[in-house]
Design a protein around this ligand. Structure first.
Ligand code: V47
Ligand code: SF4
Length: 356
């Protein structure tokens, strides 16, 4: 189909096929993707761009997997590794108790000995310190590992975590679903089907989740489209995905450093195409820690309607992989300014996208 006809379909809010997506991705001018993606965003969230007050908790970077793109993981005892005690974790929370944060995002390495019961206890003790805070915790990969190690079914494991206070699951671990890429960049992580099954089970238990895609390494545009199509299918089935976050591969200090990084125009096309393909996912997040603040402003002209949160210098995943901001922190004033510079209105949300 000609580009002009695909654009007409999008203007009429019709769903596009994988072949149509490929045609647009490869050949549509950037300005046109911007226009249709922002129109699609405006149909969902008008002139709003969402943010929240959050911080990250990364209890350990000790990980027994060795994903090739990862700059963050260390082996036990290796220089640069950390593995906080429960008290150290709780101290981090105590220090931010009065910060106004409404969400704590907890992720870390796939640790060989910390188990499901350790993490349910961690969530319970955090909630004693900050009872109102929403816990968004653990990638599907960490969850699959801790739940199967405990000898439980996915539903049983998720139910225990939910009972402890886990309200939501972040989008990590999805990487690229196609097996030929997944087996190359993160062979230990489990299959796409396992990632999708964990999210499907969470949705059925009323735990909402995010979804991500790690792009800009050895995958092709066809792989990115396949990834987005699989997410669209899951969302048709369950409706449980809150937000999609395209994650740009950052190349410092990992085994794929030789690949370099994608261009800003590739980032913007990827955002716009995500908005257009995922017609059933309400929110597309431009994760400012990964893009840097300048590109985040631009991202809002390509269909993103969320820029994550204040973060408050609490994540190391991206700074260790070469992101511009070594100590990622953004004030609410910065967020409001970025949104209004791009012609939108910043709106504070909670984890479930209720406006505050
Ligand atoms: O799965 C690791 C990615 C993810 C690199 O749900 C890298 O709101 C780029 O999922 N370059 C974990 N990416 C982080 C994550 C996330 C981030 C922000 C918001 C949310 C959310 C989720 O980080 C991993 C992997 O895809 N990652 N190393 C790297 N060198
Ligand atoms: Fe471990 Fe996650 Fe890094 Fe993979 S991306 S090596 S699972 S910390």
């Amino acid at each position: 189909m000609a580009i002009v006809d695909i654009i007409s379909k999008l203007r009429a809010s019709e769903r596009i096929t994988a072949a149509e997506a490929l045609e647009l991705w490869n050949n549509a001018p950037l300005w046109q993707l911007s226009e249709v993606a922002v129109a699609a965003k405006r149909r969902i969230s008008g002139d709003k761009v969402y943010y929240n007050r959050n911080f990250h908790l990364e209890p350990t970077n000790v990980c027994q997997f060795e994903c090739k793109f990862c700059s963050y993981r260390r082996s036990e005892g290796e220089e640069g590794s950390w593995d906080y005690t429960m008290e150290q974790v709780l101290d981090i929370v105590r220090k931010r108790k009065d910060s106004g944060a409404t969400e704590i995002h907890i992720v870390g390495g796939v640790h060989p000995t910390h188990d499901l019961y350790y993490y349910t206890q961690m969530i319970r003790r955090i909630k004693q310190i900050m009872p109102q805070v929403a816990i968004k915790a653990f990638t599907a990969v960490e969850l699959n590992y801790m739940i199967s190690k405990a000898g439980l079914t996915t539903v049983e494991g998720l139910q225990l975590l939910k009972d402890a206070g886990m309200e939501s699951i972040p989008g990590g671990g999805a990487e690229i679903f196609a097996p030929e890429i997944r087996n190359e960049i993160c062979p230990q992580k489990g299959s796409a089907e396992q990632w999708l099954a964990l999210h499907r089970a969470a949705h059925k238990l009323g735990i909402d989740t995010n979804a991500t895609m790690l792009y800009g390494h050895i995958e092709s545009i066809e792989h990115r489209i396949d990834h987005l199509m699989r997410l669209r299918e899951l969302q048709d089935e369950t409706g449980g995905i809150n937000a999609f976050i395209p994650l740009k591969f950052r190349s410092a200090n990992n085994s794929l450093s030789h690949l370099g990084e994608t261009s800003v125009t590739d980032d913007l096309r990827t955002l716009a195409m995500s908005r257009l393909i995922l017609d059933n996912v309400a929110h597309i997040k431009a994760y400012w820690v990964m893009y840097g603040k300048t590109t985040t402003e631009l991202a809002l002209a390509f269909g993103a309607d969320d820029i994550d949160g204040t973060i408050d210098d609490s994540t190391k995943i991206y700074s260790m992989a070469g992101a511009d901001d070594a100590r990622p922190t953004m004030s609410v004033d910065d967020i409001v300014r970025i949104c209004s510079n791009a012609g939108f209105r910043a709106v504070e949300r909670d984890t479930h996208y209720n406006e505050i």
